[in-house]
Design a protein around this ligand. Structure first.
Ligand SMILES: Cc1cc2nc3c(=O)[nH]c(=O)nc-3n(C[C@H](O)[C@H](O)[C@H](O)COP(=O)(O)OP(=O)(O)OC[C@H]3O[C@@H](n4cnc5c(N)ncnc54)[C@H](O)[C@@H]3O)c2cc1C
Length: 394
């Protein structure tokens, strides 16, 4: 088989890239090792920045998001038993975020791909990338016991943190930066109304908690837990009891509990790969970087990588220019490091770090106190949370 762009991975990065390229008349095939239902069943991100909303509109898949997504102009920070609202809308001159689940984004993109008759090969086993240092890259895979080969102009590595593309880059050409945090997030999804109309980020003596949501009837809650905790140790009742202990009295009274429809523990890490281009292979999304989810940046960064990459590939075919593909890595990394900084900082601000001792605790409290009493401090949080503009610092 021959295509212009072979995309590895049908997560949000791969599907969005496929859709943006299709809109520009560029042919792409997506190879995914899981089934479509498996991909749709993964409960992950839920907060979209304006740049991501704009991109989904540009890709022609924004209709349901605008109907069902919830626009949020602020969020609460709870510490020392009191809630303080960060009025993002006011502090950023009118910017908001949209609460709309990653599963829904994925579903919209998959449906658009099916409707346009585009090729996605699910359950592709042993995907391998070849010759990406030449002008004729190849991808091989197995499907139903048969070996297949795709020749292409470019390979887009949209295959997440555990994918094959980054692992295939020459070791002497790649640099990796990593920080693993000493805790994880225990998440519960439930068909219960959210405890509050906006998100609540909690710094409590018992650890971090987040009251998030996916819709007016579906809630997502998280608790900071130790890395040794196992999900089986946490009954639904134990989860709700612990969450209540971390909330303020009003939220505790309002919290509606119910059976979990998903429960999992995710480790937290900061990770960046440099560069993101290896000849004719590019990394985008989680294949190139991971942020701790505190700043809600993972999915949004994936979307902006794809924006830069699709622009670069379109420029290559339409204008016969390699300027975009030459600058792809550098442009993305500037935005990635800014989001990495914010996600690391917000994680450090909101979680318990007993290993930092009493002085660490006092310094964290002083920083929280500064943010809620200083408009400049609150504005810095708001500006980063809604997402920096695409042309920031250029
Ligand atoms: C448990 C968890 C919770 C998260 N929670 C949040 C959150 O609350 N907020 C937030 O902003 N972000 C969150 N994230 C991050 C966010 O979900 C990711 O940033 C986003 O999914 C990135 O999309 P992606 O397409 O780059 O990668 P992925 O979604 O990982 O997609 C990669 C795809 O590639 C496929 N693949 C992998 N290897 C191969 C191979 N060899 N061959 C073929 N296909 C392959 C995978 O099956 C997968 O479908 C979370 C991530 C995880 C893991």
């Amino acid at each position: 088989m021959r295509t212009q762009v072979a995309i590895i991975g049908a997560g949000p990065s791969g599907l969005l890239l496929g859709q943006l390229l299709h809109k520009a008349g560029i042919d792409a095939v997506i190879l995914e090792r899981q089934t479509g239902d498996y991909v749709l069943g993964r409960i992950r991100a839920g907060v979209l920045e304006q740049v991501t909303i704009d991109l989904l509109d540009e890709a022609g898949v924004g209709q349901r998001m605008h109907q069902e997504g919830l626009v949020h102009g602020g969020f609460d920070m709870l510490f020392k038993g009191e809630r303080h609202r960060i009025d993002m809308n006011k502090l950023t001159g009118g910017k908001n975020v949209m609460v709309y689940g990653q599963t829904e984004v994925t579903r919209d993109l998959m449906q658009a791909r099916t409707a346009a008759g585009l090729t996605t090969i699910y359950e592709a086993a042993n995907v391998a990338v070849h010759d990406f240092d030449s002008a004729k890259p190849r991808v091989t895979y197995e499907k139903d016991g048969q070996q297949h080969e795709i020749t292409c102009d470019f390979i887009a590595g949209c295959d997440g943190f555990h994918g094959v593309c980054r692992a295939s880059a020459p070791r002497n050409a790649i640099k990796e930066f990593e920080k693993v945090y000493p805790f994880g997030w225990l998440g519960v999804l439930s068909d219960t109304p959210p405890v509050h109309e906006e998100l609540i980020y909690v710094n409590s003596p018992r650890g971090f908690a987040l009251c998030s949501q996916r819709s007016e009837t579906r809630s997502r809650y998280y608790l900071q837990v130790t890395l040794t905790d196992k999900v089986e140790q946490w009954s639904d009742q134990a989860f709700w009891d612990e969450l209540k202990l971390r909330l303020d009295p009003e939220a505790r009274a309002k919290l509606v509990t119910g059976p979990s429809i998903e429960k999992s523990i995710a480790p937290l890490r900061s990770f960046v790969t440099e560069p993101l281009r290896f000849g004719r292979m590019f990394l985008a999304g989680d294949a190139g970087h991971i942020v701790p989810p505190t700043g809600a940046k993972g999915l949004n960064l994936a979307a902006t990588d794809v924006k830069y990459l699709s622009n670069a590939i379109i420029e290559f075919y339409q204008d016969k220019s390699e300027a975009g593909i030459d600058s792809y890595s550098e442009r993305c990394l500037k935005r990635i490091w800014r989001a990495e900084r914010f996600s690391w900082w917000f994680t450090s601000l909101m979680h318990n770090f007993p290993e930092n001792g009493a002085i660490g605790q006092k310094l964290q409290e002083a920083e929280l106190d500064y943010i809620i009493h200083s408009e400049a401090g609150a504005r810095s949080v708001a500006e980063n949370y809604v997402g920096l503009p695409l042309d920031f610092g250029q």
